[in-house]
Design a protein around this ligand. Structure first.
Ligand code: GDP
Ligand code: MG
Length: 441
């Protein structure tokens, strides 16, 4: 991924306060490759790289950063900014019913997303929602909307093949007014490629409905094509936002950057699955991470936060900070947490400065061994755990017998414990304490 590439290209060169032009050029080449791989459209890549280069020239490399990290930080913040900075909510500020018009190619996910939005507005925001299909070319499409909308408990204004889309839309709007609906979502037809008839038709619908939101629905898997489609729709319609679908697939997220750049409109939601509840508010920073293959850190923290009892982690961190001595109780607790987290190696590897800690942890951390360690500590008395120096030969024999291991296993554990105790002293002042506090916070 981009991180390791940049590390390779840049981190061999150290010792300056700022990135040099040479370094930036090398990094920009790597960035270009990464963006291509993420399926960002070519003209968009060029623009983006120009902006990053400019910002990177002024970027400082502080002590905590390597040149690679410094560049990556610029990329990340520029990506997030280009993607819109913060999440933008749906705009429903209109005389009710607020009309939402769905636009996009066939198969992009309009009908599915219509039901997802309807569900969200009804369940989460307690809105009175009506949906209607103007896809008069495919009876199956009308039926599809009826089924998915009904499944989420939303009313469907009936329509059928052969009617004019504008007539349907006008009738649905009148009906929605009579029903005092808060929102009317209008699903439309799409072709497999952009064509003039389709564009003319949706422009007419737009004129008839005067929607407060005109959402361009685009399949994130379409990669390079997403930019072209976006341009065609943005030319034909005053879009207000974008919904990027099928981001649950193996799309690299590049379409997000292309579509945002081309339309200049905020991406409001992501479709993350076929089911009606698979719609997420768009967070620019997450897609930014996905594009540069840097999701590791965020998903790591989320994953860890889920598994680790955050409160316990904080308590442990505080205890270790305030305590002079790290005892066997602490050691056991730590092992248990690590077991919960999965592999300590992969966890630590991802932390800033993790390499050094990892080297020290190597001998302590296979999962099987941790189970054994915990079993041995369980066989000790509370007194022994608190005052490990008490544990001499005869106690070791008793503990070994109690936990079904050899005395040498107990010896090994005691050595591991001592190594860890030393390490904890060093680490708790740095990265680990920070991590544990951040998990708690
Ligand atoms: P439309 O032609 O634009 O109305 O597209 P549809 O709503 O019929 O969706 C086309 C296909 O894409 C269907 O099989 C949907 O189940 C699927 N689909 C839509 N959105 C998503 C999504 O976010 N994730 C996944 N995995 N599939 C989706
Ligand atoms: Mg459809």
């Amino acid at each position: 991924n981009l991180t390791s590439r940049l590390t390779r290209v840049l981190d061999s060169i150290r010792g300056q306060g700022r990135l040099t032009e040479e370094q930036i050029a090398a990094a920009a080449r790597e960035l270009r490759m990464a963006l291509l791989e993420a399926d960002v459209a070519l003209p968009v890549i060029k623009d983006f790289i120009d902006k990053v280069k400019e910002r990177a020239l002024g970027a400082e490399i502080t002590q905590s950063l390597t040149p690679g990290q410094a560049f990556l930080r610029v990329v990340q913040s520029e990506l997030t900014a280009t993607l819109g900075g913060t999440a933008e909510p749906l705009n429903l500020r209109a005389q009710p019913p607020a009309v939402i018009l769905m636009a996009g190619l066939q198969g992009s996910g309009k009908t599915t997303t219509t039901a997802k939005l309807a569900r969200r507005l009804k369940h989460d925001e307690k809105k009175n929602v009506i949906v209607v299909s103007c896809d008069v070319y495919r009876p199956a499409a009308i039926e599809q909307l009826r089924i998915v909308a009904t499944a989420v408990g939303v009313d469907v204004f009936p329509s059928s093949v052969g009617q004019s889309p504008v007539d349907i839309a006008t009738a649905a709007l009148a009906h929605a007014r009579l029903q005092y609906a808060d929102v009317l979502i209008v699903d439309t037809a799409g072709r497999t490629t952009v064509d003039q008839d389709m564009m003319a038709e949706i422009a007419q619908l737009h004129a008839a409905l005067n929607p407060v939101e005109t959402l361009f629905v685009v399949d994130s898997m379409t990669g390079q094509d997403a930019a072209k489609t976006a341009r065609a729709f943005a030319d034909a319609l005053p879009l207000t936002g974008v919904i990027l679908t099928k981001i649950d697939g193996d799309s690299r997220g590049g379409a997000a950057l292309s579509v945002r750049q081309v339309t200049g409109r905020p991406i409001k939601f992501l479709g993350v699955g076929e089911k009606s509840d698979k719609l997420e508010v768009f967070h620019p920073d997450r897609i930014a991470n996905r594009i540069i293959g840097q999701g590791d850190m965020l998903s790591l923290i989320e994953e860890t936060a889920k598994k680790v009892d955050a409160e316990k982690a904080a308590k442990l961190a505080n205890k270790l900070k305030s305590k002079k001595s790290f005892d066997l109780e602490d050691f056991r607790e730590q092992m248990q947490q690590v077991q919960n987290m999965g592999s300590m190696e992969s966890l630590i590897e991802k932390l800033p400065g993790g390499a050094q800690i990892q080297a020290q942890m190597k001998n302590v951390n296979t999962a099987k061994e941790m189970g054994k360690v915990i079993a041995i500590i369980n066989s000790m008395t509370p007194q022994e755990r608190k005052f490990p120096d008490l544990i001499k030969a005869s106690r070791k024999r008793r503990i070994a017998a109690g936990s079904g291991v050899q005395v040498q296993d107990v010896n090994k554990l005691m050595r591991q414990f001592e190594t860890t105790r030393d390490m904890m002293k060093k680490v708790m002042s740095g990265g680990m304490a920070k991590m544990m506090r951040s998990l708690a916070g």
